[in-house]
Design a protein around this ligand. Sequence first.
Ligand code: GDP
Ligand code: MN
Length: 398
Amino acid sequence: MKVHEHQARDILSAAGVPVPEGAVATTVEEAVSAAQAVFAAEGQLVVIKAQVHAGGRGKAGFVKLVKNQDEAREAAHFMLSNRMVSPQTGSEGLEVKKLLVAEAVDIAKEYYLAVTHDRARRCEVLIASAEGGVEIEQVAEDNPDAILKHPIDPLRGLEGHEARTLAFKLGFQGKQVNQAAAIMSRLVKCFRERDCSLAEINPLVVTPPCEKHPDGQVLAIDAKFNFDDNALFRQKAIAAMFDPTEEDPAEIRASEFGLSYVSLDGNIGCLVNGAGLAMGTMDIIALHGGMPANFLDVGGSATEEAVAEAFRIILSDEKVQGVLVNIFGGIMQCDKIARAIVAAAGEVGFSVPLVVRLEGTNVGDAREVLEAAKADIPSMQVATDLEDAAAKVCAAVA
Ligand code: GDP
Ligand code: MN
């Protein structure tokens, strides 16, 4: 699960990481009055930022520094009436429904800081760089040595001396060293306590020295969190931050029916039971020169309603030119699936070719159900085995 930047800033702030104040606005007028409040109190610049579940906003013009009401109005209007397109979104971009209006800060230097899982080392890893900001992907490609990766001991966590050593390596100086080290320790702690799969601050900034802060301040001004969906049952506060409007509606509908659905780029819709069989099905489609339109696992014990919903989801995808049903009846009974296919055909209709491969429990009954329905579902072919099914569906969409 992902959250918006303003929610990520709240989580960081609760973890003791310093973050500039901000407010959320959903209309131009709200944004202008939030900006006005900052102008009045601080007499300084305001930053207006589109809240969408994707980065790369800065370069796309969806993070803007403004110095008066007119500029605030113009920036807010632009963001709320244009879609945000960046390398992290599709070419269609994302609609912006919320803005963050925050105190802007002066930046002396931008750093990158993140915690994630390192699968190869089987531990958490702190990733840090003195080359933070909007070009971090480029840095990772051109100059990977500029990115530090520090494995975190599963039992001891990140110890104070490790954090300070890292802060020195990154070039923090004077009082900034302890500030940066504390932020690293808090980010690691937060990552663990909140069951994150990614906790990222980019940029972490140092502000120039001023009268109030002669050593400058270390602050987080952008944050991104991903959470482990399997842990949400014990992360009620995080789960409550879920914003369904940012997700693929088909994936949301699927999860309501206990279906695991991931939309892909191909044209062959797949309905399979079991994640392993679903992966195998995608492979065998590819082997026969086809491209799956989705991954869909109806689970081991899906109901007829869930299967009918699965067909609705697959067929609502405009890219789908053929459907492959591949069911191994273990717990799942093949005749149930066969009846669901017939019901779905009656309800949604199969305008595209449908290839069905069933094997296992009650397969005899299932074949009879399909045989009887053949006249009503002319686009259906029954396959003898998986190889035959893949060949048939690929030929049907070719
Ligand atoms: P992203 O492009 O989606 O990652 O959005 P960020 O929040 O990271 O903003 C992109 C860039 O805008 C940052 O790397 C900064 O250079 C700049 N920026 C963001 N907020 C501020 C701010 O408060 N003050 C200044 N001076 N620059 C900012
Ligand atoms: Mn950023």
